[in-house]
Design a protein around this ligand. Structure first.
Ligand SMILES: Cc1cc2nc3c(=O)[nH]c(=O)nc-3n(C[C@H](O)[C@H](O)[C@H](O)COP(=O)(O)OP(=O)(O)OC[C@H]3O[C@@H](n4cnc5c(N)ncnc54)[C@H](O)[C@@H]3O)c2cc1C
Length: 340
């Protein structure tokens, strides 16, 4: 394994921020990961595990060790006529893995097509889109403890998934490196989720009456391509903030003042309101400040038009957070991992 020094992380984060990592190493197997975690270099430096860099904001240079994950491989764990269990190395690209499943007509993750990043980061924040989350199909997550180097297999329940949350972001934050995940998918009798009107609209436009894994994946790709800025073209990390969940009384107070406020069902009797709507009401949508800003079609997406600095994007995020709190009394929480 080659340890590189003073590496510009520009190609490794979708916000396209120039930030220098003091050291960087790429791991291609769990054994290499263990070797690095037991090294003096790891012990003596702060570290950052990086997958596709599509959910991080680098606010400055990183004076430590960046560990890039390139652990590949997709294997069939078991297969019956109706179901299949697949294991994937955590450095596989998520969308490539989804395409692997779509090509074989394996159902369960077609709604999660085109989400950037790696397989290993997917359980970190329980990725979700169009009514499906990875927790719906996770069988288990294999992870290496960064200090003891022990491997632990977490069942779905042990992952403690929530909306954009898991045990890896909460109680066990910073303790584990996810090395592979195993998903339970369907081979027959797929349970399609087309509750989102946008999916139904695309299927109707294309005259698709017989649902298939591929038709839904294609529809999701078409919607995402038309709505979200392509990080290859404009630097961004998807939704910057999570949708806030309010208890009933807080929501009713807000609704009395703002009767048009949209709403989604949340977890545990909470009510989720779209952060994008709150941000838009504060006048941020489409705002540009020098070479950064808020996307013109999607107020939840902060963008770097080129040459923007991570700390400027963070300051913009804080201004947005403050204005939403002043107007609505709601504190937005970042979904993106802010690296200081
Ligand atoms: C255009 C765009 C659209 C997006 N749409 C969605 C969406 O619809 N739904 C959604 O949920 N997300 C979405 N995202 C966010 C992002 O794609 C996901 O969070 C993705 O899972 C991040 O993967 P990554 O490999 O890029 O993670 P990174 O950004 O590299 O890392 C994210 C965090 O996970 C940690 N991490 C990464 N890999 C590991 C590992 N193997 N072990 C331990 N820790 C690890 C990192 O240290 C960091 O804290 C979008 C992003 C973009 C740019």
């Amino acid at each position: 394994m080659e340890v590189k020094e003073n590496v510009d992380l520009f190609p490794f984060n979708t916000f396209h921020i120039h930030a220098i990592a003091r050291y960087m190493v790429t791991v291609t197997t769990p054994e290499e990961a263990r070797e690095i975690f037991s090294s003096e270099l790891f012990r003596k430096n702060r570290h950052l595990i990086l997958g596709g860099g599509s959910n991080v904001l680098l606010t400055g240079d990183f004076d430590g060790l960046v560990i890039r994950n390139a652990i590949k491989g997709i294997t069939t764990v078991q297969e019956t006529e109706t179901a299949v269990q697949l294991a994937a190395g955590s450095g596989e690209y998520w969308h490539g893995f989804v395409m692997h499943c779509v090509a074989r007509d394996f159902g369960g993750i077609e709604n999660l097509s085109l989400i950037p990043g790696t397989v290993g980061a997917a359980p970190m924040q329980n990725i979700g889109a169009y009514g499906v989350e990875i927790r719906d199909v996770i069988h288990s997550v294999e992870a290496i403890h960064l200090q003891t180097l022990d491997t632990r297999v977490f069942s779905r329940e042990e992952c403690a998934f929530g909306y954009r949350e898991s045990i890896f972001k909460q109680a066990l934050r910073g303790q584990y490196f996810i090395s592979s995940i195993t998903l339970s998918l369907t081979r027959r009798d797929h349970r399609f989720n087309i509750h989102y009107g946008a999916i139904q609209d695309v299927l109707a436009q294309k005259n698709i009456t017989s649902l298939s894994v591929r038709a839904i994946s294609d529809a999701v790709v078409a919607i995402r391509t038309s709505k979200l800025p392509d990080p290859k073209v404009i630097g961004n990390a998807g939704s910057f903030f999570k949708n806030p969940s309010l208890d009933r009384s807080a929501f009713i107070t807000l609704q009395e003042k703002y009767p048009d406020i949209p709403v989604f069902p949340g977890e545990n009797d909470l009510i989720k309101v779209p952060a994008a709507w709150l941000i838009e009401q504060c006048g941020w949508k489409g705002k540009t400040i020098a070479n950064i800003g808020v996307h013109k079609n999607q107020a939840l997406v902060l963008v770097n038009y080129g040459g923007g600095k991570g700390h400027d994007i963070w300051e913009l995020a804080m201004e947005i957070q403050q204005s939403v709190q002043e107007k609505f009394g709601v504190l937005l929480q970042p979904e993106v991992n802010v690296i200081r």
